[in-house]
Design a protein around this ligand. Structure first.
Ligand SMILES: Nc1nc2c(c(=O)[nH]1)N[C@H]1C(S)=C(S)[C@@H](COP(=O)(O)O)O[C@H]1N2
Ligand SMILES: [Mo]
Length: 320
């Protein structure tokens, strides 16, 4: 008798197409149930309910970095998610993160490591000084799908300048909340929790790099990484760490959660690159969510003009 270990979705090569169909069927079921009055039979936590809990964000500055491509619908952005702390299927975060984060608990963010102004801050106090912008970015997941998302946020560079990193600060490390009570997916060792990501300091200072606190003019819902998450549009989506509680300046390259899980498949840089295949599938094309035909993936996800200089002289096959 042969036993097969159940694979995590990131281990399954052909996951993208089937994943989206399964997701669409489940959404259809949920919508039908709501329409015919079965809503009471569903978990009290549908995304429509949680959307009313979040505040609108107004007086947003427009950005010249914004894409003018067709924006992915709000419903797709907030129900087709990767947020393994709430389960590995695409709809799990929208079903189980609706009460997240718990509003009775404070959300603190610690800024520490190699900087002159370390500290632990209440989230609302921390973001107060920064002017919020709307940034419409193309986003590309390593699994082969993409979206266009109207983020709301501010440049990470603004926060870094305030923290005053010293000359030893070569990298920035980000950490997601560790709280298995609020994040049931952390009871399974899919990744070595908490989720950790990192950027080189010049990548972190690039004007494209955003700390996002909302999308479509509203605060982030739990599934999108409330209250604050990273957005790095020229890198694969997994660099965009959600629900951040710590930002640390470090001298050495941080060990990320995905490098720990599989360093041969998920490198530190993870720049979108149609010429470097994932070991188990091509990265040459992508499916824009909502579209039928695949489109060609662009170098640096189309942001070469802003970021190619960061990697001048580097072998991008080696530093993938
Ligand atoms: N903490 C945490 N951050 C995370 C993830 C995760 O599982 N946990 N998934 C990543 C992946 S693989 C992607 S593609 C993006 C998805 O962001 P979205 O659901 O807002 O589109 O979040 C990234 N950030
Ligand atoms: Mo992803």
């Amino acid at each position: 008798m042969i036993f097969f270990r159940k694979k995590a979705s990131w281990e399954i090569p052909e996951s993208e197409v089937t994943d989206y169909k399964v997701y669409q069927n489940r959404r259809q079921f949920l919508n039908n149930s709501l329409a015919i009055g079965l809503a009471a039979a569903l978990p009290s936590t549908s995304y429509a309910i949680s959307n009313d809990q979040v505040e609108s964000l107004t007086n947003l500055e427009k950005s010249s970095f914004s894409s003018d491509e067709k924006q992915t619908p709000f419903e797709s952005i907030t129900t087709y998610n990767n947020f393994y702390e709430f389960g590995t299927s695409k709809e799990s975060p929208s079903l189980y993160a609706t009460e997240f984060p718990d509003r009775t608990k404070p959300w603190n963010i610690t800024i520490d490591g190699e900087c002159d102004k370390p500290g632990t801050y209440d989230y609302h106090e921390l973001i107060k000084p920064f002017a919020l912008e709307e940034r419409i970015y193309r986003m590309r997941c390593v699994e082969g799908w993409s979206m266009v998302i109207p983020w709301v946020g501010f440049p990470l560079a603004d926060l870094i300048k305030q923290a005053q990193p010293n000359s030893k600060a070569k990298y920035v490390e980000f950490t997601t909340l560790l709280d298995p009570e609020q994040m049931p997916g952390q009871n399974r060792r899919v990744l070595d929790w908490p989720y950790v990501e990192g950027l080189r300091i010049d990548e972190a200072m690039n004007p494209l790099t955003l700390l996002s606190v909302g999308l479509y003019g509203k605060e982030l819902l739990g599934q999108s990484g409330a209250p604050i998450r990273l957005v790095v549009p020229w890198k694969y989506g997994f660099k965009g760490i959600k629900s951040i509680v710590r930002i640390r300046f470090v001298e050495k390259m941080p060990m990320t959660a995905w490098m720990k899980a599989n360093a041969g498949e998920y490198g530190f840089y993870s720049n979108v690159n149609p010429n470097v295949d994932h070991p188990r599938w091509s990265q040459a094309k992508e499916r824009r969510i909502g579209e039928f035909l695949k489109r060609k993936t662009l170098m640096f996800n189309g942001y070469s003009e802003q970021v190619a200089d960061l990697y001048a002289g580097m072998d991008l096959k080696r530093y993938f």
